[in-house]
Design a protein around this ligand. Structure first.
Ligand code: MN
Ligand code: MN
Length: 473
C-alpha cells in the first residue's frame, strides 16, 4: 500500500469515527442485543401474553393485578391507614383502576414519588342499556362502541362477551363467554362484496355505521308460547338459567364485546406479538412488573387507570381527584406536606404510540416516527395541530430521562404520532402534569393501533419494561 492510500484510509477511518461520534442514530434492539438477552426478552413476552389473555377489560386487568401484587406480599390500603417505610400496598378504585405503591426510605419532600402511569381500558364494543331485539330470524344486542375505532374492522371476527350485571336485588354476576374453546362466540355482520358496491364507495366512517354494529346472539325459537319474539325469549331463558337475570337487568350492566382471539407470536422468527389491547396493556403490564421487580430507596407508585380511551373522564379516569387524594394520603401519613411532595415527584406516563408502517409511509415523518424494534418510544409532547392539549415535557426532564436510559443501556427512541397537522391524540400525561409533577410520555410503538388485533415488537415491550425499572430504581 502506498503512503497516499494509507493516509486516505486513516482519514476515512477518522471521519467514520467522527460521524459515529456526532451523528444521532436509532438502535434496533435485535441488532444490538445478544441471544441471551433476546431469550430474556422472549420470556418476558410470554408472561405478557399470558396476562393479556385473561385481562381484556379494565375490571379483569384490575382483578388480575390485585392477585399478582397480593402474591408479591402487597396489602390493601384504605384511606386513613398509617404508612411506614418498607410498606407495600395497593389501592383499588371501584374495581376499575388500581394504584400499587412501595414506601421507600428516602425523604418524600426531597425525593418525591416516582410514578408509572398507564391505562387499562381498551377500545371495544359496549352494549346499550336496553340492548336486546329480534329481527328476521336473528336475535341481536344493540351496541355503542367505546373509544376511537374503525368500525368496519369489528365485523366478521369472533367476539367474546365480558362484563358485570347488577341484578334487581342488587347482587352482581360476572360474565365471560367466548374465551373458552367450547364457548359460543358472538358476531357482527358485514355485507357480501357481491352487493357491496354502494357500501365500498362510501367513506370509511360509513362503511359500517354505529347503529349497524349489532351483535348476533341467537337464532333458535322458544317453543310452547304463542308470542312474537320467540328467539329473544329463548335467549333470555338461557341467560336466566345461567346468570339468573331478567331483560330489565341489562339496565344496570356493563357488558362489552371484545375480540375472542388470544395473543400470538407473529412472524417465523417470533419477533412480534399480535393481540387485543396492546393499547395500553403493553405499558400497564411492564409498569406493574417494574414495581414488583425493582428495589428502590424512593417511594414508587404504579397507577393503572381507566377511561383513557374516552378522555380520562369519570371517577376512575386520570382526571379523577382520587389519585391526587391517594398521593396526599401517602404524603400526610409520612408527615410530609403533599404539595412539597408533588413538586418533587416525577412520572413516566406510559402509553403506546404510533409505529412507522412501511405500508402507510405518507402519514409519518420518518425522522421523528417510532421505528419498530427500536425500543421504548418517548413522546416529548402529544396533542394535535400546534401541540394543542399536549403535555410538552421540559428539555430538562427529557435530559434527565435520557441520561438514565443511556447509563443503563435501555434501547429507546423519540417520536411524534405522525406528520404535523394530520391528526393527533392525547394520553393521561397532561392530567398528571397538572398536579405539578414532571411528566413525560413513553411507551411501546404499535402497528394497527385500536384495531381488534394490534402488533407490537417484543424488543420494544422488553425495553419499555427495562426503562420503567431503571427510572424507579
Ligand atoms: Mn393508550
Ligand atoms: Mn388508545
Amino acid at each position: 500500500m502506498s503512503n497516499k492510500k494509507q493516509n486516505d484510509a486513516t482519514l476515512e477511518k477518522k471521519e467514520e469515527n467522527l460521524a459515529d461520534k456526532l451523528f444521532y442514530k436509532k438502535k434496533n434492539y435485535f441488532e444490538e442485543s445478544d441471544e441471551k438477552d433476546i431469550e430474556k426478552c422472549y420470556k418476558f413476552a410470554d408472561e405478557y401474553k399470558n396476562f393479556i389473555n385473561i385481562s381484556k377489560t379494565e375490571r379483569e386487568t384490575c382483578r388480575n393485578a390485585v392477585e399478582i401484587v397480593k402474591q408479591a406480599g402487597f396489602k390493601e390500603f384504605k384511606f386513613g391507614d398509617k404508612l411506614k417505610v418498607g410498606d407495600k400496598r395497593y389501592y383499588v378504585n371501584r374495581d376499575k383502576s388500581i394504584a400499587v405503591f412501595k414506601i421507600g426510605k428516602n425523604n418524600l419532600e426531597e425525593h418525591g414519588i416516582k410514578i408509572l402511569g398507564a391505562h387499562i381500558d381498551s377500545p371495544r364494543i359496549d352494549l346499550k342499556q336496553n340492548p336486546m331485539y329480534e329481527d328476521s330470524g336473528f336475535c341481536f344486542f344493540k351496541t355503542h362502541y367505546y373509544g376511537g375505532i374503525k368500525k368496519y374492522q369489528w365485523t366478521t371476527i369472533p367476539l367474546a362477551l365480558h362484563g358485570t350485571i347488577i341484578r334487581k336485588d342488587g347482587t352482581s354476576v360476572n360474565v365471560v363467554i367466548g374465551e373458552d374453546e367450547n364457548d359460543p362466540i358472538f358476531y357482527i355482520n358485514d355485507l357480501l362484496p357481491h352487493l357491496g358496491q354502494e357500501q365500498m364507495m362510501s367513506n370509511g366512517y360509513k362503511i359500517i355505521t354505529g347503529e349497524q354494529l349489532n351483535l348476533v346472539i341467537g337464532g333458535k325459537a322458544y317453543k310452547g308460547e304463542k308470542i312474537k319474539d320467540k328467539i329473544k325469549l329463548n335467549v333470555l331463558a338461557i341467560l336466566n338459567e345461567k346468570y339468573g337475570i331478567l331483560e330489565e337487568d341489562f339496565l344496570s350492566s356493563e357488558l362489552c364485546a371484545v375480540p375472542a382471539y388470544k395473543a400470538r407470536d407473529i412472524g417465523f422468527d417470533r419477533a412480534f406479538i399480535g393481540g387485543y389491547g396492546h393499547d395500553d396493556k403493553s405499558c400497564a403490564y411492564p409498569a406493574l412488573r417494574a414495581i414488583l421487580d425493582t428495589k428502590s430507596d424512593d417511594t414508587i407508585l404504579t397507577l393503572l387507570v381507566d377511561k383513557e380511551e374516552i378522555g380520562s373522564e369519570g371517577n376512575t379516569g386520570m382526571k379523577s381527584k382520587v389519585y391526587e387524594d391517594l398521593m396526599d394520603e401517602i404524603s400526610e401519613s409520612l408527615k410530609c406536606t403533599p404539595r412539597k411532595v408533588r413538586a418533587k415527584s416525577k412520572c413516566l406516563s406510559a402509553d403506546v404510540t404510533s409505529c412507522f408502517d412501511p405500508n402507510f409511509p405518507n402519514v409519518y415523518e420518518r425522522m421523528n416516527a417510532s421505528m419498530i424494534s427500536c425500543g421504548a418510544s418517548i413522546n416529548k409532547f402529544t396533542g394535535s395541530g400546534g401541540k394543542s392539549s399536549a403535555n410538552d415535557a421540559s428539555a430538562e426532564f427529557m435530559g434527565e430521562i435520557r441520561k438514565i436510559f443511556r447509563d443503563t443501556d435501555v434501547i429507546y427512541q423519540t417520536s411524534e404520532l405522525g406528520k404535523v397537522d394530520l391528526g393527533g391524540g392525547g394520553t393521561i400525561a397532561k392530567y398528571v402534569a397538572e398536579l405539578n409533577i414532571d411528566t413525560i410520555d413513553i411507551g411501546v410503538p404499535v402497528i394497527s393501533m385500536h384495531a381488534p388485533y394490534e402488533l407490537i415488537s417484543k424488543g420494544d415491550l422488553y425495553n419499555t419494561y427495562k426503562a420503567f425499572c431503571n427510572f424507579i430504581k
